[in-house]
Design a protein around this ligand. Structure first.
Ligand code: SF4
Length: 285
């Protein structure tokens, strides 16, 4: 049985003190422990950005991918070995800018992976530029007069892509975030969790205080997470009150259900001598 200490690594953590990434790291470790997952059965992937270092700080199988490409690598790993629990981490720039083209297709295919987005509404690693989720009017070194583009709405975008599990967490609420991660990981299909992750270095608008004054939990207000219309309505809430929790979940066949032959022994464990590619190779000679 894995314990929290087993998931630590010797890597020196270089995140800024107080960064919301710490909350996400601890919550995912707690989720792994509470779900009693074996380290060798978990694969964590990350993209480019401050969040990307998370794969250095958690002792499971880890892949640090390139910018915006967490999802295709995660899908490939899962399809090659159904026995693995695959968890992809991305930043808001990573996921909703350069990597945005992958999200709708991963969602509609319903491959059984979990996608966790560290959404700090700013580019942190590159020292504070406006990101796809920065709100209209947000001032930064890249938009000194305020952002004029409207922000991406990750929840509505995921709903429109037919993701079968759509949730939002907050890095400042460890217990709630751990519970959402556990639900996402055990969901049979594609799950996305957008996490409010305060960047204490560069975003002085969407701070811990900002969220503390505004967020409320959907489950405490009787939200029906099987109702798509209601999920859309909640996804559009932003202002004095901002919801976190599970917006929507749907049980439907996962991608693998259409390919039963992939459900058996993972490809990597099949004996090579059972394949004869002689005929195939003739096409190349
Ligand atoms: Fe966290 Fe922001 Fe520092 Fe990056 S720059 S480690 S996101 S506080």
């Amino acid at each position: 049985m894995v314990e929290l200490g087993d998931l630590s690594t010797p890597s020196t953590n270089t995140w800024c003190p107080g960064c919301g990434n710490f909350g996400i790291l601890m919550a995912i470790k707690r989720a792994i422990v509470q779900l009693d997952l074996e380290r060798e059965d978990v694969v964590a992937l990350s993209g480019i950005g401050c969040h990307g270092k998370i794969t250095d700080y958690i002792r499971v199988n880890a892949v640090h991918t390139i910018h915006g490409r967490v999802l295709p690598v995660a899908l490939a790993i899962k399809l090659a070995n159904q026995g693995l629990t695959v968890i992809g981490f991305a930043g808001d720039g990573d996921a909703y800018n350069i990597g945005m083209g992958h999200l709708p297709h991963a969602a509609r295919r319903n491959v059984n992976i979990t996608y966790i987005v560290h959404d700090n509404l700013v580019y942190g690693l590159t020292t504070g530029q406006t990101s796809p989720t920065s709100r209209e009017g947000y001032q930064s070194k890249s938009t000194p007069r305020g952002a004029f583009e409207l922000a991406i709405n990750p929840i509505a975008q995921s709903l429109a892509s037919n993701a079968s599990f759509v949730a939002r967490g907050y890095a400042g609420d460890m217990h709630h975030l751990t519970d959402i991660f556990k639900q996402a990981i055990t969901h049979e299909g594609f799950s996305i969790v957008d996490v409010f992750q305060p960047c204490v270095a560069w975003n002085n608008v969407n701070t811990y205080e900002f969220y503390k004054e505004r967020i409320y939990k959907l489950e405490e207000e009787g939200h029906d997470s099987t109702d798509m219309d209601e999920a859309y309505r909640k996804a559009r809430e932003w202002g004095d009150r901002i919801p976190i929790g599970v917006f929507y979940r749907m049980e439907r066949p996962a991608y693998i259900d259409y390919f039963p032959f992939l459900k058996g022994e993972p490809v990597v464990r099949l004996p090579l001598d059972s394949f004869d590619i002689t005929e195939t190779m003739k096409d190349f000679t």
